[in-house]
Design a binder for this molecule. Sequence first.
Ligand SMILES: *Cc1c(COP(=O)(O)O)cnc(C)c1O
Length: 364
Amino acid sequence: MDIRILPLDPVKTKPVPTGDPGFGNLFSNRMFTERYTPDRGWHDATIGPYEPFVLDPSTAVFHYAQEIFEGTKAYRRPDGDINLFRPLDNARRFNASAERMAMPPVDEQDHVEAISRLVELEHEWVPDPPGALYIRPAMIATDPALGVHSSQTYLHFIIVGPAGAYFRTGFTPVAVYISDRYRRAVKGGVGGAKTGGNYAASLAVGGEAAARGYAQVLWLDGIEGRYVEEVGAMNICFVREGRRIVTPALTGTILDGITRRSVLALGRALGYDVSEEALDVDAVLADIDAGRITEAFGCGTAAVIAPVNRLGFRGRDHQVGDGGVGPVSQRLYDELTGLQYGRQPDPFGWTTRIAVPKTAASRA
Ligand SMILES: *Cc1c(COP(=O)(O)O)cnc(C)c1O
């Protein structure tokens, strides 16, 4: 792919921030964009200044939410180079989401190349551990018309910004609220696609959970309200008797998380039993109360592993284990982050290394 690289205006160029960047409020100086039209396909691939889009108020995405996104990270290695984590898997999932939302696929290699070039140019924005550079690819429908049909034209863009440690106060467990009233997704719907509408639909109950002191919402299946699905922006796993990692099977209603896949493969390699099953919420809570389920954790790019110490359902709280971080959660977190940051070898071939000019690497 030919990517046009536009110069930055030195007057408008922001310095790399110092201190904890938090998450999602700071973006680097550049972004990638390309446009789609039926006659030309994807074209005008450009890395240029990070700046606002000018879009007509009638633009399709504003009205009918034809939109998809991805989330992945770039990690600073001990030698100063940078690791991407399973970028091609993200690109494939981007296209799976595109297909479900009736949007044109991108070239997966080109998508990864766009990320690599952007990260290379913005390498100074990759924080040292435990931070990382968050990478947000997205695609939106851009037809300036209100007809309800899939758009003819699209914009594919990638922005990046530094993210601090997910756990500000160390690796600490979170409480999870199981909603008995709202549902996130149904079979045949769009729960398996990474599309903004799924998040819009989850915000009301997120507020309800927060008001009651829970950090995350665990969703149950949309038909019977009985099977455990996933947690907000993370998949969910449980540990049985300290040695069996179980997670809900993919049924089309939950997202096929790359962290979830990595946990299953890594767990197997570390000698745990792993399985994907239908998990009945009452059985899960009974097993937690009886101590047969010894750990619970969410898994997703943002937190990698988020230990869960408490689940609230129908007005009752169920404490998992002793309420602390369990050994399996800790081990998976250490191993997976060790591999992502290049602190330990990657026998799975999950990391893609981006070399940084050595003068810049010596900055740290
Ligand atoms: C992104 C996301 C996840 C986690 O996927 P990862 O690839 O592990 O980051 C899980 N559930 C939902 C709904 C998501 O949007």
